[in-house]
Design a protein around this ligand. Structure first.
Ligand SMILES: [Zn+2]
Length: 431
């Protein structure tokens, strides 16, 4: 694995593209971790993710970039234009190469391939840049094996001991997975970058939703990233005989969860189109057809790009939960699993991306991101912006995830123009 050549030249020929085209590179990446039944699986710190990194590293080298990895396996390709200051904090652009189980070929990979293509254009245009530009592929963005956003977390915040002890479904801790890739877990902290060490981060990503397609835009500029709040709730009632217990004498834990789920739907709908609430998992026990559910465990996921609005909905949900429990004679509690504040994209970065889109001649829609991305954590380190490209049917995290090459090219044009400006291109026209 890890050849510098695209995996399947005949696939490239079929696409009618050059081996360096976006589509050809995405097709080559899609061969790695391909599932026999469709889709692809490249989980964090597995052999397929490693092979995807190796393939991209080969392309980076061929493009004249200096390739390096940090202490947790994030992959970098550095372009230092002639005359650029090697000491200046670089601009980063990229995304991730891991996928969910049976995922698609565009989530993450599109952003890495687009960033490489944009930097190749910078290099070919002999742009006079003031600072270095680095293409980055973050390791372990999806939370499908370990908790997500691992690579960007390591860079922006540093991994904690608790992060390193997180275990996958087979009980393998992250520290062992790091070792298996040849990295020393004791040195994971070295991936943490100090403030000021990166001048800006840009990420092109597929939208993974239907908004751009519905509005008729190929490209979107992200206004902010919704922060997820994840709660785990428990309701304790009483397990009783389903045949002999009258309806008015039951303490049914599941019905309280059902009520709360409907309440969450109503509150989110009333709050804003950007508020979403999901009860995604319910486990009832004893879990038998002929027993009233005595105990229910459930998750509640609440997201918004506006923190105050999310806080209001959370407060009303907690209030509703208490009322439901009292009315039904049940006990219950919430435990917080995850609380991430929404991340607004800075006004200056949004303006810069808008100028880039106008120079590129690409019409765009401004929209929030409902999903978490590496950019969310990079925003803790430096100004971070995101370019969305249209997802057909809004489908993602599934084998039928699809984005047209033309849309990817339009997004890559915007990325190229934005990188030019961020890297201080001396030839850039004013305005
Ligand atoms: Zn992604």
């Amino acid at each position: 694995m890890g050849t510098a050549e695209p995996a399947h030249p005949e696939e490239v020929a079929r696409l009618g593209g050059s081996p360096d085209s976006l589509a050809a590179r995405l097709a080559a990446l899609a061969e790695i971790g391909a599932d026999p039944g469709g889709g692809l699986t490249r989980l964090a710190y597995t052999e397929p993710e490693r092979a995807a990194h190796a393939l991209v590293a080969g392309w980076m080298r061929r493009a004249g970039l200096a390739v390096y990895e940090d202490a947790v396996g994030n992959l970098f390709g550095r372009w230092l234009a002639p005359g650029a200051d090697p000491e200046a904090p670089p601009v980063w652009a990229g995304s991730h190469l891991d996928t969910v189980s049976h995922g698609g070929r565009f989530d993450g990979a599109a952003g890495v391939v687009a960033a490489l293509s944009a930097v190749e254009r910078l290099s070919a245009s002999r742009a006079r840049l003031a600072r270095p530009v680095e293409v980055v592929a973050f390791v372990g963005e999806e939370g499908s094996r370990f908790p997500g956003l691992l690579g960007s977390r390591a860079v922006a915040l540093g991994l904690t001991q608790a992060d390193l002890e997180a275990r996958d479904a087979d009980g393998i801790p992250l520290r062992d997975a790091l070792s298996a890739w040849g990295f020393d877990p004791a040195r994971a902290g070295e991936a943490h970058r100090p403030p000021g060490s990166v001048s800006a981060y840009l990420e092109l990503h597929i939208e993974q939703g239907p908004v751009l397609e519905r509005a008729g835009f190929a490209v979107g500029l992200v206004t902010g990233i919704a922060g997820p709040l994840e709660l785990e709730g428990e309701v304790v009632g009483r397990a009783d005989h389903a045949g002999t217990t009258p309806m008015d004498e039951r303490r049914d834990s599941l019905l309280a969860v059902a009520e709360l789920a409907l309440c969450a739907e109503r509150l989110a709908r009333e709050s804003s189109p950007q508020t979403v609430a999901t009860v995604g998992r319910v486990d009832v026990s004893p879990g038998a057809a002929n027993v009233v559910p005595g105990r229910a465990l459930f998750t509640l996921d609440l997201r918004d790009v506006d923190l105050a609005r999310r806080d209001r909905v959370e407060a009303r949900l907690r209030q509703a939960f208490s009322e439901i429990l009292v009315r039904r004679g049940l006990e219950g509690s919430f435990r917080q699993l995850l609380r991430v504040d929404p991340v607004p994209v800075p006004e200056s970065t949004r303006a810069l991306l808008g100028r880039a889109a106008r120079r590129a001649g690409v019409a765009y829609l401004e929209l929030p991101s409902g999903a978490a991305h590496d950019a969310m954590l990079m925003a803790r380190l430096c100004p971070a912006g995101m370019i969305f490209v249209r997802s057909l049917g809004g489908r993602s995290h599934a084998p039928d995830e699809e984005t047209r090459e033309g849309d990817l090219l339009a997004g890559t044009e915007v990325l190229f123009e934005a990188l030019r400006e961020l890297a201080g291109d001396a030839e850039l026209p004013p305005g």
